[in-house]
Design a protein around this ligand. Structure first.
Ligand code: IPM
Ligand code: MN
Length: 359
């Protein structure tokens, strides 16, 4: 029998709040035998430092390895920010990605029709937006060695590094994905300055030239950042490295009105983590203000990619669409003082789900 165990990592800040709204829906799917899943919890990030003395405890790693998929809330706290160097909550998330070799990070950017006027860009520019950022997730300056503080902390440095193998495997994934879309990849780098980007460009071209269905164009990161707000519709699949992908995905998320709307998947050949692309937002944590939709859509991606249940992912998108169409918004999307809370949004989505399933 196929492993049906998933791991829930609520993490820090708003993580636990968005996770409990997601679990409301997950429980409904499970209790009504719509999907066969069992779940357990573990700690990661700041909460893991507090409870176990480290951001990615062995117990979490063991549970992660034996799970078919992982849902993650958010990682990062104000309190641990003061720790220079080691023991940052974020290093728990980076360790999870690295140890499970989650080299593929997918960040789909799409828009719900009723949010078109929430974007800071003109409706005309964003109305048909549908692109995916394929971000390499386990290399680049995030992980390059050596790194550190030197000269009595008066100086610090990091190493930007890519190997052919790393660029080739993420490109292969982008090509596969692109075949199911428009067959047009835009690869983003800084090859006019960086050797890593020159290697990146060569490897991307090598992989793409071995097949005929997909074509690639190259763009410098500064230009891509500009093009993304100027004419986002020219993009279909954006292929890029860890650091540039981090930055571009925050930028792209804003096209859709709120960073609180966008899910992501981090994949390897054997493991998968699904998480919202937003962070732990400590300033609004614990206040029932956060938008749980990105986390809920991340669960949708899990159903689709890890459980082969695209039908349930579609169901989730459709209930989100219906609730948004009824002009119910959390605070991030509301332009007045009237908004629904995190748990009210969860309840509205659950009501809509029940109506959908009962039909
Ligand atoms: C993201 C986040 C992380 C990253 C942080 C929390 C380490 O910003 O998933 O985009 O930089 O990758
Ligand atoms: Mn980021």
């Amino acid at each position: 029998m196929m492993n049906n165990k998933i791991l829930l990592l609520p993490g820090d800040g708003v993580g636990p709040e968005i996770m409990s709204e997601t679990v409301k829906l997950l429980d409904y799917f499970i209790d009504n035998n719509i999907i066969d899943i069992v779940y357990e919890y573990a700690d990661i990030g700041g909460v893991a430092i507090d409870n176990h003395g480290e951001p990615f405890p062995e117990d979490t790693f063991e549970k992660a390895k034996s799970s078919r998929a992982i849902l993650l809330g958010a990682v990062g706290t104000k309190k641990h920010d003061k720790n220079e160097n080691i023991m940052k909550p974020e290093s728990g998330l980076l360790a999870l990605r690295k140890k499970l070799d989650l080299y593929i990070n997918l960040r789909p950017i799409f828009i719900f029709q009723n949010l078109i006027d929430k974007s800071s860009l003109k409706p005309d520019v964003i109305k048909d937006i549908d692109l995916v950022i394929v971000r390499e997730l386990v290399s680049d300056i995030y992980f390059g060695e050596p790194r550190g503080f030197i000269e009595d902390n008066k100086s610090a440095f990091n190493t930007m590094r890519y190997t052919e193998f790393e660029v080739e495997r993420i490109t292969e994934y982008a090509v596969k994905l692109s075949k199911m879309r428009k067959g047009k990849i835009i690869s983003v780098d800084k090859a006019n300055v960086l050797e890593t980007s020159q290697l990146w460009r060569r490897c991307v071209d090598d992989v793409v030239s071995k097949q005929s269905e997909v074509t690639v164009n190259h763009m410098y990161i500064d230009n891509a950042a500009m093009q993304l707000v100027h004419s986002p519709n020219q993009f279909d699949v954006i292929l890029t490295g860890n650091l540039f992908g981090d930055i571009l995905s925050d930028e792209a998320s804003m096209l859709t009105g709120s960073i609180g709307m966008l899910p992501s998947a981090s994949l390897s050949d054997n493991h998968a983590v699904y998480e919202p692309i937003h962070g732990s937002a400590p300033d609004i944590a614990g206040k029932n203000l956060v938008n749980p939709i990105a986390m809920i859509l991340s669960m949708g991606m899990m159903f689709e990619y890890s459980f082969d249940r695209k039908d349930l992912s579609d169901t989730i998108k459709s209930i989100v669409n219906k609730v948004l169409n009824s002009n119910k918004f959390t605070r991030d999307l509301s332009n007045s003082s009237e908004y629904v809370t995190t748990s009210e949004m969860g309840d509205l989505l659950l009501d809509e789900l029940v109506r959908n399933v009962k039909k």
